[in-house]
Design a protein around this ligand. Sequence first.
Ligand code: AP5
Ligand code: MG
Length: 214
Amino acid sequence: MKLIMLGAPGAGKGTQAKKIAAKYGIPHISTGDIFRENIKGNTQLGLKAKGYMDQGLLVPDELVLELIMDRFKAPDCKDGYVLDGFPRTIPQAKALDEALEKNNDRVEYAIDVDVADQVIINRMAGRRACLNCGRTYHVDTLKSKVEGICDYCNTELVLRDDDKPETVKKRLEVYHEQTQPLLDYYRKKGILHSVDGTGDIDKIYDEIIHILKA
Ligand code: AP5
Ligand code: MG
């Protein structure tokens, strides 16, 4: 199964993508997580990406495409994947379609996790991230067992550099301008499904699973 998670920054794409990937035994591929790993490792790619990310801007398409096309070659992608944070622009979506068409393949589902901007601004201030395994928590709604420590890998949790309120506002602007047009793109292909991304995390997950089984 190949599916895409769409939604504004902080809508809960990563939270849901991890659960879906675990259920279907397919990888969860988050371009944001890959960039953050590279930033942590001080790689060339990380250095290039950090400047854009810290300003709330998108990383240029060429960089993203190079990275993702390489990731698709890994053996764990053979039965599909959950894409989280990619594609984010129309050129990225077209490049993905072209790459898949070469193998007579296609994206089956685009799931839009819909959350209003104001809810997002409130959420991001409370998000804590594990930069080691990519898991995210929230100080009120999704607490780690030990405060400030990742449940899975014992790493210290942090507030992401791009979760500062002014940067979140910029990311939302960029989302509306450059990423939201993808909703129409996938609607026209007949594979767009929207879910209300507010409310209980497990209920949202159940709704998505229902869509995938239908
Ligand atoms: P990326 O890492 O993809 O960030 P994002 O899209 O801005 O999304 P987030 O990870 O912030 O949010 P999310 O939707 O995954 O929400 P989460 O599940 O964590 O990208 C970062 C940057 O990298 C970009 O700005 C860009 O610069 C660059 N980049 C990445 N991909 C790129 C691409 N393809 N092209 C160009 N540039 C790219 O949830 C958020 C919080 O809410 C958490 O604390 C969570 O616990 C909580 N939460 C989740 N669900 C609920 C719920 N139902 N109720 C209450 N709280 C909830
Ligand atoms: Mg995420």
